[in-house]
Every structure is written in structure tokens, then in C-alpha cells.
Design a protein around this ligand. Structure first.
Ligand SMILES: *Cc1c(COP(=O)(O)O)cnc(C)c1O
Length: 494
């Protein structure tokens, strides 16, 4: 049954709220701020609940179906995390509460710093950055300050492989550096010769994602790190893909100087519409004094039954604050709960299962699709969304058709070095039956591409909104559930 729009069921005088009598003196509202022309629907509480529940069901989410969005790690967000974040002592703590009144929260942040430090193999962690991109920015600012403090000011460039996530070169520019793009070799690794040729005393450092956005563990990572260190540069690891390494490989031990985590990827905190991000940074001893603050430290060691006393501090030569207060604390609670619930062995299993699931899909799909760098992968892999002899079918059409099978499209057209790229990351939280359904759907689509290409070109057919003009939809946002007459039948409605 199609539910009527909430505006169509509006009935004058109907209301969904029942306010108590006013127990404070009423005052005049500022008349110039009041609008008479806001045509709000008058509806009951039940009608409002049905309206929003129905809207929520029009969207695809990790709670409604498979979501193999490569690099973004759309894993299940355990409800235990949500329970922990809603504990009143955490949820109601005002961010301006003094240190004495927030010891529990500080203890949690301290422990999370320690766990993330341990998993990274680095010397220290700051939880402040609010996203992966902000962690990158913090990392490059630390590298910049490190060189500046040493009076080493001719370093103006940062190396970035051509498989990098767009935020990497953007971070480099934001921090005032010039990005120098490095080619990949035939195996999808950084071209070592090109790297060595680019390394000189104008290089401030290099940003590299491990495993790469192709899902491949850089075969020559130690040589890459060595080459950059030899010319005096520092190494930044984009840790968005830690789901392939957590508990198994420590970036600090590989020789990196700094990395960021995405708690909203690897550590199962919600993202997309579900919540703000969190991108803690981890550094070695060289960069420890430059960490963004405040970080949590122990002010007085524990004594007998008396727990330690925690406090905030700004690291000695800190790049400063990046954000109001102390980072996205609610996400720290969720990540803490995730690590505590899994334990050391559990986190290793997460990594192993994520890698196993990705390799299973890679092998199962390699008959039906061309996989350009087809070797053992990490937590994700990239295939080509195109077929010989059917030039009119593109990766986008495959993605759109997947929606008809109830599956969220993989990441499209990234990394840029693969033609018609479809980047697939199943995550560890999907079972064999779901993986097999995905394989079936992808194989059916490969057959349809040849027999009924038009079906792909015009997909999706079963979703509430059909194929959008994505450029127009982004530029002419329609944020109202009521069709705007001039756009009622245009592609941009949504
Ligand atoms: C997601 C991602 C980022 C950026 O992280 P945000 O939290 O979205 O800012 C950076 N690099 C890679 C490889 C990513 O997948």
C-alpha cells in the first residue's frame, strides 16, 4: 500500500503533541522573527511515526542489506556499542565539565588511546580529529612543523601514489604543500624507480594507503619507507584500510612515522547518516610532541585501591586544536566497546574474516569479470565493470542494477587507475549465504549485460527513486518530501 504524503493527510487542528501547562511567565516573541507562511502539516503522533518510519525504509542501510562499499568499510554497528554510548554518565556529560567531574570519561579515552597505540605499534595517539580527512590534515601539519622546527624549509612536496584516495592530495594542498603523483607498476604497487627518482631534499614526506585502494598489500613497503627516509622525508600511512591489518600488522613497526585510523570504518562506529566520524592519529617518538590536543594523560599514578587521576594536556609543540572540546566522544565510547568486546583474538579474527571474505568474492567473480590486479587481496578488491563487445554497459549500470537485487552498489570509478572500477569490500560481518547471493547477483548481471543491456542502462527498476541525474540532484537539492510542482516529474526529485 502506498502511504499518502504527510501533507495530504493534514487536518486543521489535529496535533501530535500534548504540552503541560506553562509554569513560567509567558513573554512576547520577537514578532519580526515569526513567519505566518510556514505551511506545516497538522497531524497526529501516530501519523508522524508512520511518516518517518516509512521514510527510513526508503533508504538502503547496513541494517537493511548488504553494503559492499569498498574503502568505506560499511560493517555492522553492534548494538552493544550503542548501549554503551547511551549510558547516562557518558551521554549526559557536558563537554565543559571539569576534569575532576569527568574522570570516568577520561579513563575511557586514556584506555582507548592506549589500545589504539598498541594496535598501531606507535608511541602515542590523539583522539581529537573528527574524521579520516582531518586525521590526514593533522598528520601532514605535524610533518610540516617537524621540518620547520629543524629549520629544514626547502621541503615543499609530498609524494602521493596515483591510486590514492582523493583526500590525500587534498590534504597535501590544504597543508600548503605540493602533491607529486607517483605511478603504479604492473602489479599495482608503487613504481619503485619513479619513487627513487623523485626522492630529494625537497620532499617533506609521502602519503600512502596500506593496503592500497586496490586492496593490495604493497609488496615493497619496506623499500618505499626506506627511500623516503633516506632523503629526509617522513612517512604517512593512510589507515582507512586497517580492517585488513588490525591485530596482525603494526604500521609503526613497518617504519611509518604517523597514521590515522577511521573509527567509523575499522572500529564499527556508524557513518554515513548514522553519526559523526572519528579519525585518531598515531605517531612515533619523533612526532609525539606535535600531536593535536588535548590528549589524556595520567596526572597521578594509581595507588593501592585509589585509581589513577587523569587530566588533559596539550603536547609540548602541539599543532594545536582541530576541533571544539575533545573530539567526537560518543564515537570513542563505541570504539572502546568494540575493542573491549572483541579482545585481542577477536580483533585478529575480524581481520582474518574480512580478508577471507574479500578473497572468496574475488575468486568467485574472476570468471565473470576482469580483475586487473588478480592476486591475494586484503579486505577489498577492484574489478572492471565492463564487458567485451557490450561497449554501452558501464560500471555505473552494473551498480544501478545491483540495487534491483537489494544490494548497495560497490564504490564506483575509484581508484582511478582501473577502468570502470568497482571496488568491493564485503567486511567480516557478512555470512557465506549473503556472499553467495552477491556472487549470484553479479553473475546474473554479467549475463544480462550481454542479453538485455537496456535493462542495465535503465536500472534501477524496483527502488523508490529511479535513475537520477546525479549532477543535477546534487546541485538542485530537493529536501522536501512534497513534490515541487515545477520539478514533480523531473529526474532530480527525491
Ligand atoms: C574513507 C577514506 C579516507 C577519508 O576518511 P573520512 O573519514 O571519510 O574523512 C581517506 N582515505 C581512504 C583510503 C579512505 O577510504
Amino acid at each position: 500500500m502506498t502511504e499518502p504524503l504527510i501533507y495530504d493527510i493534514s487536518s486543521p487542528g489535529r496535533t501530535g503533541v500534548n504540552l503541560p501547562d506553562c509554569d513560567v511567565p509567558q513573554s512576547e516573541l520577537p514578532q519580526h522573527l515569526l513567519r505566518q507562511d510556514v505551511d506545516l502539516p497538522e497531524v497526529s503522533e501516530l501519523q508522524v511515526v508512520r511518516h518517518f518510519t516509512r521514510l527510513s525504509q526508503l533508504n538502503h542501510g547496513i541494517d537493511t542489506g548488504f553494503y559492499p562499499l569498498g574503502s568505506c568499510t560499511m560493517k555492522y554497528n553492534p548494538r552493544l556499542n550503542e548501549d554503551a554510548a547511551r549510558l547516562p554518565g557518558f551521554a549526559h556529560l557536558h563537554p565543559a565539565t571539569d576534569e575532576e567531574g569527568s574522570q570516568g570519561a577520561l579513563a575511557l579515552m586514556y584506555q582507548l588511546q592506549e589500545w589504539l597505540r598498541e594496535i598501531s605499534g606507535f608511541a602515542a595517539v590523539s583522539l581529537v580529529p573528527a574524521a579520516g580527512a582531518q586525521g590526514e590534515f593533522a598528520g601532514i601539519l605535524m610533518i610540516r612543523k617537524y621540518h620547520q622546527e629543524r629549520g629544514d624549509t626547502k621541503r615543499t612536496k609530498i609524494l602521493v601514489p596515483n591510486s590514492a584516495h582523493g583526500t590525500n592530495p587534498a590534504t597535501v594542498s590544504m597543508a600548503g604543500y605540493q602533491a607529486v603523483e607517483l605511478p603504479s607498476d604492473a602489479n599495482g604497487d608503487v613504481d619503485l624507480e619513479a619513487l627513487r627518482a623523485a626522492c630529494d631534499d625537497t620532499i617533506a614526506g609521502m602519503m600512502i594507503t596500506v593496503p592500497s585502494t586496490l586492496g593490495l598489500f604493497e609488496a615493497h613497503i619496506l623499500e618505499v619507507i626506506q627511500a623516503v627516509h633516506d632523503c629526509g622525508g617522513l612517512m604517512y600511512m593512510d589507515g582507512a584500510n586497517m580492517n585488513a591489518m588490525m591485530g596482525v600488522v603494526k604500521p609503526g613497526e613497518l617504519g611509518f612515522d604517523v597514521m590515522h585510523y577511521n573509527l567509523h570504518k575499522t572500529f564499527s562506529t556508524p557513518h554515513g547518516g548514522g553519526g559523526p566520524g572519528s579519525g585518531p592519529v598515531a605517531v612515533n617518538d619523533k612526532l609525539k610532541p606535535y600531536l593535536p590536543g588535548p590528549v589524556v594523560r595520567i596526572v597521578e599514578e594509581e595507588q593501592g585501591d585509589v585509581p589513577p587521576l587523569y587530566g588533559f594536556m596539550m603536547p609540548e609543540k602541539s599543532i594545536g586544536r582541530l576541533k571544539a572540546f575533545h573530539g567526537n566522544f560518543g564515537m570513542h565510547v563505541r570504539a572502546f566497546a568494540y575493542i573491549a568486546a572483541n579482545g585481542v583474538e577477536g580483533l585478529k579474527d575480524v581481520t582474518r574474516m574480512a580478508v577471507l571474505n574479500a578473497n572468496y568474492l574475488r575468486v568467485k567473480l574472476s570468471d565473470a569479470y576482469h580483475i586487473p590486479y588478480n592476486r591475494a587481496c586484503g579486505h577489498e578488491f577492484v574489478l572492471e565493470g565492463r564487458f567485451e563487445g557490450v561497449e554501452e554497459v558501464h560500471a555505473l549500470d552494473i551498480s544501478k542494477r545491483l540495487m534491483d537485487y537489494g544490494i548497495h552498489p560497490p564504490t564506483n570509478y575509484f581508484p582511478l587507475i582501473v577502468h570502470e572500477a568497482l571496488m568491493i569490500e564485503p567486511t567480516e560481518t557478512e555470512d557465506l549465504a549473503t556472499l553467495n547471493q552477491f556472487v549470484d547477483a553479479m553473475k546474473k548481471i554479467a549475463v544480462e549485460a550481454k542479453s538485455e543491456p537496456e535493462k542495465l542502462r535503465t536500472a534501477p527498476h524496483t527502488t523508490p527513486v529511479k535513475r537520477l541525474d546525479e549532477v543535477r540532484a546534487a546541485k538542485e537539492l530537493v529536501l522536501c518530501c512534497r513534490p515541487i510542482p515545477s520539478q514533480a516529474d523531473s529526474a532530480a526529485g527525491g
